[in-house]
Ligand binder design. Structure first.
Ligand code: UD1
Length: 369
């Protein structure tokens, strides 16, 4: 029997990636435990996803909460070390690129526990982004690396990761989307009828600097004159706006709403004329749904969303945002295709690889001496 797999989730984007892997391993009776670090803790940033994604309740919640990067990462490490020592897993499975991912990978590596990284190999090549540091470090110390697309394999090979450690399995987050698309739920945003643009912004590079946030708020006001804007607002962004006394000039045209559940946000994405975001995962969901996406970043760790999908990087240039938004609203939005292996079966492929490790069918040479 395969030894215990200990999954780690911590922040909102982890949940939709872990859910399909846990389901697929459960179907194969693989022993597993779920640890929630508590990096995200609000009902709307965490609990609602467990219910809607039908995930098991976490076996352990480390309840670390918010803090500076050092405080949050260190606190997760201290608390997670005890859990690993107590339960002695054969594998620690980490997801994506948040602080919880790198913190728990580091703990596992130091305790000599094997690490599997889901969504490995993505690179923005921008080390000013905390997530890029998390990605590079996690991949470096992982034993098995599950990539969503070919660029991930190429990046890892280039960094000296052995080919037998890399498995291109496709996109786990899209597994969840495929499974739940039919259950997407209209959140019935008051006053929302007809066309709208969906906005999400939470990255420090966009929201932490008051001058930049003021520019963005003004740009949303201008956009709101042409199309209604729906903006489910991340707690970090809400706090920064409040600190700077910023709010939309016309709240009926730029509608701020609470962070949405998975099913409600899916509905909002599916029906939007376009999406304006700085998120990583939303670029991919928009590509799958065929909805034009403008990404307010200078680079992306998910280039396939631009080369194959509907995504366009507009950077921090508000004139570009306006120009591209106009193009879409004039009927010239970017179309795209769904990348290979984004087919709803990535979790199954991961489970097959893990089970194959025990039966010897997975080609993997343990490099530990
Ligand atoms: C984190 C991830 C980011 C991901 C995002 C998705 C890192 C480095 N960043 O960013 O990659 O895109 O999650 O949402 O791990 N807060 C609450 N309630 C919560 C969680 C956070 O109010 O449940 C507020 C707190 O003020 C906190 C701030 O949001 O200080 C930032 O939270 P944090 O987890 O540090 O980073 P995110 O910006 O959410």
């Amino acid at each position: 029997m395969l030894s215990l797999i200990l999954h780690v989730v911590g922040a909102r984007p982890n949940f939709m990636k872990a859910a399909p892997v846990i389901r697929a391993l459960h179907a194969r009776s693989v022993p597993q435990m779920l640890v929630h670090t508590g990096q995200h803790y609000d009902e709307r940033m965490s609990d609602i996803f467990f219910r809607q994604l039908e995930m098991p309740r976490p076996d352990v919640n480390l309840e670390v909460g918010s803090g500076s990067h050092a405080v949050q990462t260190a606190e997760i490490m201290v608390r997670f070390e005890r859990v690993v020592q107590e339960h002695q897993p054969g594998w620690v499975m980490v997801y994506g690129d948040v602080n919880s991912t790198v913190a728990c990978a580091l703990v596992a590596a130091k305790l000599g526990v094997r690490i599997a990284h889901v969504e490995a190999g993505l690179r923005s090549f921008d080390r000013s982004m905390p997530e890029e540091i998390n990605r590079v470090l996690t991949d470096r110390i992982s034993d098995l690396l599950f990539t969503p697309s070919e660029d991930g394999d190429a990046n890892l090979l280039h960094e000296g990761i052995r080919a037998d450690q890399i498995h291109r399995v496709g996109n786990c987050m899209i597994d969840t989307l495929v499974r739940l698309l039919g259950k997407a739920q209209d959140p019935r945003v008051p006053g929302l009828d007809g066309a709208y643009a969906l906005v999400t912004l939470h990255r420090p590079s966009n929201v932490d600097e008051p001058h930049r946030l003021a520019e963005i708020t003004a740009a949303l006001d201008r956009l709101g004159q042409r199309i209604r804007v729906v903006f489910p607002i991340h707690p970090r962004t809400r706090k920064r706006m409040a600190d700077s006394g910023l709010q939309p000039a016309n709240p009926a045209r730029v509608v701020l709403i609470e962070p949405q559940g998975y099913l409600e946000f899916l509905w909002l994405q599916q029906h939007a004329r376009f999406i304006l975001t700085d998120s990583g995962g939303i670029q991919e969901e928009a590509t799958y749904l065929g909805v034009p996406c403008l990404t307010m970043r200078e680079n992306t760790e998910r280039p396939i969303t631009c080369t194959t999908g509907t995504n366009i990087l507009v950077g921090q240039d508000m004139d570009r945002v306006r120009e591209q938004a106009d193009r879409i609203l004039d009927g010239h939005g970017k179309t795209g295709r769904i990348p290979p292996l984004w087919d709803g079966k990535a979790g199954e492929r991961i489970a097959e690889v893990m089970v194959g490790l025990e039966s010897g069918t997975t080609d993997y040479a343990d490099g530990r001496g």
